[in-house]
Design a protein around this ligand. Structure first.
Ligand SMILES: [Zn+2]
Length: 493
């Protein structure tokens, strides 16, 4: 009896193993072995932060989706040779103000397949998406922005950032109603998030901010916020800035994403990271991001440079570089250029703070790229992702490659997927996922854009595919292809 039972058990196990083997085979090769894929990325080291896969695989792509991940060769109309190269999910940039065709070219060279403007955002979601439809190299998306909505309601004369009433005056009850309506409407039209730049709308009351969090919570939209204060001068420190939005998130239930933690925290960045981790540990949905540089950048005429800026940020005139010319400022040129308006690079972030944030597995990578192409602008829009992988992973060994990839692919997708389910198929190399893929040489990848010479393509990225279409092939931009699609939340009105 016992022997018979053993035989039955053994046969059952054998059948189970055979079934599992068959299932494994069919799940890695859903199509027949003789299927011909549109494109195969052959023999690359496929790295997927979600599953942990880190093996040599052939990636079969048809109709813009990943259809096969196979250890054996696949047939294709077009085969891309990835031998010796890493095949990763395309990078998702949560924070890129430059949303023009030229910015997308720089970003494609830096491995970015989805470029999102979630901090400043827009006051007209429909127009913003319509302007990029069928014209974009990479995927694109936007938040509804408190800054532009407040500027529009309060008739602010500023360019991109407020310089008048939207920065410096409390909203009337009527204006506050209009601002809230504008924000709510933007979410109904599929904005990915609510964007706040409280430091730029310095006169917005705490109550106005809480109201915006309530609107975000009602639509399950994350709030991407540049907090009210930066630096170490009490009582307006980066920590106090973070406390305001953590309290707003806790009391409303809105998911919270704090942008560019290093330019908020400066020397105290590690303390701010500890506060965010503490909030996470106690159940709050709060995340953060950084760019891998020792300088910030913004417009000189903005409220950030209202009187007292030296004390607040712990810097002075010579720490500011005028983006148009590269000259360091003096008291005289500061006044002149502030009246004129334009971008400065701000050398305010200690190297240790940048390194601590880049190395932290909890902190996402986002470029905060600047619009335009000033000859001495900040290099971050051009080089952020290659700089993390080349400088911090390979040269500094500050973090491992899979962790770095996770911070620029899976984590940003997860940040947005509750609001916009399309992100469940981004940031992964998985069967059924969108074929947004970046193929690079991990021994060679590096940023070339510097503070002296910022308009340089990154090096070492060989292929970039957006929805299955190569936009970068053999390290060169592909001409006249526009496979970028809108990354947008479902419309609710
Ligand atoms: Zn910002």
């Amino acid at each position: 009896m016992r022997a018979i039972k053993n035989v039955i058990v053994t046969s059952a196990i054998a059948i189970l193993i055979a079934a599992l083997a068959l299932k494994a085979r069919t799940s890695t090769l859903p199509a027949a072995d003789d299927a011909t894929y549109d494109i195969v990325i052959a023999n690359g080291r496929v790295m997927d932060p979600e599953s942990g896969l880190d093996e040599i695989r052939n990636v079969g792509i048809t109709a813009g989706k990943i259809r096969a991940l196979s250890a054996t060769p696949l047939k294709a109309k077009t085969t891309l040779d990835a031998k010796g190269l890493v095949v990763a999910p395309g990078f998702i940039d949560l924070h890129e103000h430059g949303q023009a065709p030229r910015n997308y070219q720089f970003q494609a060279h830096d491995g970015v397949t989805t470029s999102l403007e979630l901090e400043v955002g827009t006051d007209n979601v429909d127009d913003w998406y319509a302007a990029r439809e069928n014209k974009s190299l990479i995927n694109y998306g936007v938040s509804v922005g408190h800054i532009p909505v407040r500027m529009q309601v309060m008739h602010d004369p500023g360019n991109f950032l407020p310089t008048g009433d939207a920065a410096h005056r409390e909203a009337t009850p009527q204006e506050l109603t209009e601002i809230k309506n504008g924000m709510r409407h933007g979410l109904e039209r599929g904005a990915l998030a609510v964007g706040l730049g409280i430091n730029y709308t310095a006169a917005a009351t705490h109550d106005e901010i809480v109201e915006l969090f309530r609107i975000a919570a009602a639509q399950n939209a994350p709030v991407h916020v540049h907090v009210r204060y930066a630096g170490m001068q009490e009582p307006s420190t980066g920590l106090v800035g973070i406390e305001e939005v953590i309290a707003a998130a806790a009391s409303t239930g809105a998911p919270l994403h704090i942008v560019h933690i290093t330019s908020v925290g400066l020397k105290n960045t590690p303390q701010l990271l500890a506060v965010i981790k503490g909030a996470q540990k106690h159940g709050l949905d709060v995340t953060t991001e950084c760019y891998p540089y020792i300088a910030a950048s913004t417009r000189l005429e903005s409220a950030i440079f209202d009187p007292g800026w030296q004390e607040r940020q712990g810097i002075t005139f010579k720490d500011l570089q005028w983006s148009a010319t590269g000259e360091r400022l003096t008291a005289e040129t500061f006044d002149k250029f502030r009246k004129q308006g334009g971008s400065v690079v701000i050398f305010s972030i200690p190297a240790e703070a940048a390194r601590a944030a880049v190395a932290d597995p909890m902190v996402m990578i986002a470029s905060d790229g600047i619009p335009g192409t000033d000859p001495r602008m900040h290099p971050r829009g051009q080089g952020t992702f290659s700089r993390v992988l080349g400088h911090y992973v390979r040269e500094e060994k500050a973090l491992d490659l899979m962790t770095a990839l996770r911070k620029m692919t899976l984590m940003p997708a997860q940040r947005l997927q509750n609001r916009a389910p399309a992100f469940k198929d981004k940031g992964r190399v998985r069967i059924g996922a969108d074929a947004d893929i970046t193929v690079f040489d991990s021994d060679r990848i590096i940023d070339k854009a510097t503070f002296e010479n910022p308009l340089q393509y990154s090096d070492g990225i060989q292929f970039v595919l957006v929805n299955g279409t190569p936009v970068l092939a053999n390290g060169q931009l592909v001409e006249s292809v526009f496979p970028g699609r809108p990354a947008r939340a479902p419309l609710s009105n």
